[in-house]
Ligand binder design. Structure first.
Ligand SMILES: [Mn+2]
Length: 308
């Protein structure tokens, strides 16, 4: 049996949607396959999406397994059911392991710098001339994945291919309403219902360099207002990790990032790095910044001594 799976700890909607949609594509071509995971599903996989008819399969071990991997290529982070020597295909958009997999799997390794793996899956349907056979439920899953992984097309990793794939999916679901807003608002509801948990699930504790604080949290929401109203609660939660914290709150509706901190040294270093100012513990950045982009900027600043 072909097992389509992804990462080990938790998976997001891109991994979830890609596993299910690729299983459907193989099934349409007469190839039996199962989409499974033993990982935790994160907040990007909303209740509405979980209730669609396109679902994961139950996993039952079988002796004759081969594996197709989605949305991860670092072999230390594969789902625990995966036996590496039985991987026959891998599709991902993270950098670092391209050469390793090209040598192992040749054309069956497809690692591209693109907004979402879901986009590659849409293109596979197209190549197989089966786009018109895609169900609306699968299309909704893939749309959500593209929205989430490209931050509503505002992240710098977004490509025209992601936008093209999204348009094709929109034609399948025949929904002209603002699906992006609907999807992100539901994700936000999940975050707000359990703010503590959401924060803890996306807080990195890491000594990165002398600019980035040890505790660096990130939340992505449609509208930051409700979250900012709970600023004191956020401070409380992050304070449990230590004093030296900051949070990157991404507001997609406005296309802005809000940096929260109440640690004087952290604020000073971030003001220097981002050439901006904190007001009442919040610094407003005029565009969306991902945590990994802020970290990258800090390394560049250190290299050229820009943060002196
Ligand atoms: Mn992804």
């Amino acid at each position: 049996m072909i097992i389509i799976t992804s990462g080990s700890k938790y998976i997001d909607i891109d991994a979830y949607a890609s596993c299910i949609a690729y299983r459907e594509l193989l099934n349409l071509q007469g190839i039996p396959a199962k989409a499974v995971t033993t990982a935790k599903l994160n907040e990007s996989i909303t209740d509405s999406l979980l209730h669609l008819n396109a679902k994961l399969d139950k996993y039952q071990k079988d002796e004759q397994e081969e594996y197709i991997i989605m949305d991860v290529s670092n072999k230390d982070y594969f789902d625990k059911i995966v036996q590496e020597d039985k991987i026959t295909e891998l599709i991902d958009h993270h950098v670092g392991f391209e050469i390793y997999w090209k040598e192992k799997l040749r054309e069956r390794a497809d690692i591209e710098l693109i907004g979402a793996v879901a986009t590659i899956i849409v293109e596979r349907y197209e190549k197989a001339n089966l786009l018109d056979k895609m169900s609306q439920d699968v299309a909704y899953l893939l749309m959500s994945a593209i929205l989430d992984n490209t931050l509503n097309f505002k992240a710098k990793i977004t490509t025209t291919r992601d936008k093209g794939a999204y348009e094709k999916l929109k034609n399948i679901v025949k929904n002209d309403s603002n699906y992006a807003e609907e999807y992100f608002l539901e994700c936000q509801k999940g975050i707000e219902n359990n703010l503590m948990n959401a924060i803890q699930n996306d807080t990195k504790l890491e000594r990165v360099n002398s600019i980035i604080p040890y505790i660096f949290s990130q939340l992505t929401v449609w509208d930051k207002s409700n979250i900012l109203e709970n600023k004191s609660r956020i401070c409380e939660v992050l304070h449990k990790f230590g004093d030296e914290w900051m949070m990157n709150l991404i507001c997609l509706k406005e296309g802005k990032s809000y940096i929260l901190s109440n640690h004087e040294k952290v604020k000073k270093r971030m003001e220097n790095l981002m050439r901006n100012k904190f007001h009442d513990g919040v610094m407003t950045l005029p565009e969306v910044w991902l945590r990994k982009e802020i970290i990258k900027k800090s390394f560049v600043a250190l290299k050229y001594n820009l943060n002196e």
